[in-house]
Design a protein around this ligand. Structure first.
Ligand SMILES: CC(C)(COP(=O)(O)OP(=O)(O)OC[C@H]1O[C@@H](n2cnc3c(N)ncnc32)[C@H](O)[C@@H]1OP(=O)(O)O)[C@@H](O)C(=O)NCCC(=O)NCCS
Length: 216
């Protein structure tokens, strides 16, 4: 199935019922996150109505409308630019309301909390530290100029590349949480423990200690 169809189908199903198992990383002070430099020089560029279409430089054209809609809905977005070309992007939702709000159909945010999501690096630029660079820059911006009290980053527990990225950004000891979303909102959530900070994430594709195949 083409990936754009799969993406559209997933979005539809998520609006009906979906289970999320996430490792949630929380940062409340800018200093608790590393500031890793990527191995290629990058600029961190705010995503605005004047440049959102440049997502086409590293993602399929169908993403242009999605990026525009995110800006219109008040999401905070940035590109990573290398050598005049966009090579990655990252988004956050900040709860500016006075009350708790569920965002992305399952994640509760208290007032002034922010959730980082949709981190993506161009396929040919992966593994060069662009992801951790974007992550640490956005965490600093959210805790600084955007006035967030706490920043959450939730990672699918099967996404090893993403978990490696978190480790490189100095984010450890996530809380593992199970969420059930029904008809577009959170129906149930349960914490299933905190991972030890010393446990290192295996590289994607490397053989796990138990010898079993591990999904990305
Ligand atoms: C997760 C993601 C953003 C990481 O970005 P990145 O810029 O490659 O981050 P890093 O350079 O820190 O690489 C992280 C790990 O990805 C893995 N990786 C390296 N090269 C890779 C490649 N060409 N393709 C896939 N994964 C690769 C490596 O395990 C690397 O860690 P290591 O170098 O310590 O082994 C990127 O893999 C991506 O865009 N994935 C698809 C979207 C996604 O899953 N987003 C996460 C949502 S939270």
């Amino acid at each position: 199935m083409p990936s754009s169809w799969k993406h559209a189908l997933t979005k539809r199903l998520q609006k009906i019922a979906w289970i999320y198992l996430r490792d949630n990383f929380a940062v409340a002070a800018a200093g608790s996150c590393a500031a890793p430099e990527p191995s290629i020089p990058c600029r961190f560029v705010p995503l605005t109505l004047a440049n959102y279409f440049r997502v086409q430089e590293f993602r399929e054209e169908g993403r242009v409308a999605e990026y525009r809609a995110k800006i219109v809905h008040g999401e905070v977005g940035f590109f990573a630019e290398h050598d005049g070309k966009m090579v990655g992007s990252i988004w956050a939702t900040l709860n500016t309301r006075q009350e708790r709000r569920v965002v992305r159909m399952y994640m509760p945010l208290m007032p002034q909390e922010a959730l980082i999501h949709d981190v993506v690096t161009a396929g040919s630029y992966r593994g060069r530290g662009v992801g951790p660079f974007m992550l640490s820059k956005l965490i600093s911006a959210l805790l600084g100029e955007y006035g967030a009290s706490r920043v959450l980053v939730d990672v699918n527990v099967r996404n090893l590349a993403s978990l490696r990225m978190m480790e490189k950004a100095g984010l450890r000891a996530p809380e593992r949480v199970f969420y059930l979303s029904l008809f577009g909102t959170l129906a149930f959530q349960k914490s299933v423990g905190t991972k030890a900070s010393s446990a290192s994430v295996p590289r994607p594709g490397s053989a796990p200690a138990d010898g079993k195949e591990r999904a990305r």
